[in-house]
Ligand binder design. Sequence first.
Ligand SMILES: NC(=O)c1ccc[n+]([C@@H]2O[C@H](COP(=O)([O-])OP(=O)(O)OC[C@H]3O[C@@H](n4cnc5c(N)ncnc54)[C@H](OP(=O)(O)O)[C@@H]3O)[C@@H](O)[C@H]2O)c1
Length: 271
Amino acid sequence: MNLAGKRALVTGASSGIGAAIARLLAAEGVDLVLTARRKDALDRVAAECAAIRDVRTDVIVADLGTPSAGSVVWNAAIASGPVDLVINNAGFGYFRRFDATEWTRDAEMIQLNITSLVELSRRFVDARRGEPGRAYLLNIASIGAYQSVPQMALYAASKAFVRNFTEALHDELRGSPVSATCVCPGGTRTAFHAAAGAGDYSWIANASMKSAEAVALASVRAMARGKRTVIPGVINKLSCFGVRLVPRWFASWMAGRVLGQPKKALPPRAT
Ligand SMILES: NC(=O)c1ccc[n+]([C@@H]2O[C@H](COP(=O)([O-])OP(=O)(O)OC[C@H]3O[C@@H](n4cnc5c(N)ncnc54)[C@H](OP(=O)(O)O)[C@@H]3O)[C@@H](O)[C@H]2O)c1
């Protein structure tokens, strides 16, 4: 993929899609700055990456769900060298009615899924201005970005923001050495669902789940090719295309049917 020798900042690198992207980039010879809240899990992923190929791995423990954490992480990342790739992957959601949860959880989601992602994108684009080397921004949205999703109202809206923001950035940056790519995964087998009080969806949602490795590969390939948007998986591509052909209320109703009703208790927020 022609990424060897570059240096990537990966958020949410302690598990799931972020950890899979980190391992993939390590195999490509990319030095890594891995960030998340859990140091032990980050250290484990860093050790796995270093075992795959002789790349440098730095670890930054930070809570991107708190104000200004994006800038703190950025400054810590560039303290030991320039960053050529930013992978804005950290994110969470809950599978519950909006009136069944509390504002602190929403505020943290907006901060993590939107504000920190924009903050890191801003710092990256500013740092690359006038720099000749090829640079890549990869922002993780979701197929939830394609329609409203009852029981995941704020999460899907946050991912619609990520998609629109990243696709517009892609268009603005066209012809420059920096590219912006948006990935919209469908259901992926990670810890996301347990943290969301979910995972007991309808049969069709469970049947279309992909592995974190498959999503990571599609994402990194699309990023390296400078693509605008990638939706991993044929069923997911079809569903995102299909919503353009039906009224918005129907797409929203369908999303609710596909997910089914929440059956699991919502776990307390991790700290
Ligand atoms: N799994 C799916 O079905 C699916 C579908 C579409 C989109 N996505 C998106 O894919 C991305 C990765 O999710 P995943 O599926 O890989 O889930 P995951 O395994 O739960 O990973 C989430 C990552 O985000 C980090 N994170 C969570 N809260 C954080 C905070 N406040 N500050 C810093 N880091 C935080 C977690 O690390 P710590 O807990 O160590 O902080 C973890 O590394 C998310 O943006 C998610 O919305 C997932």
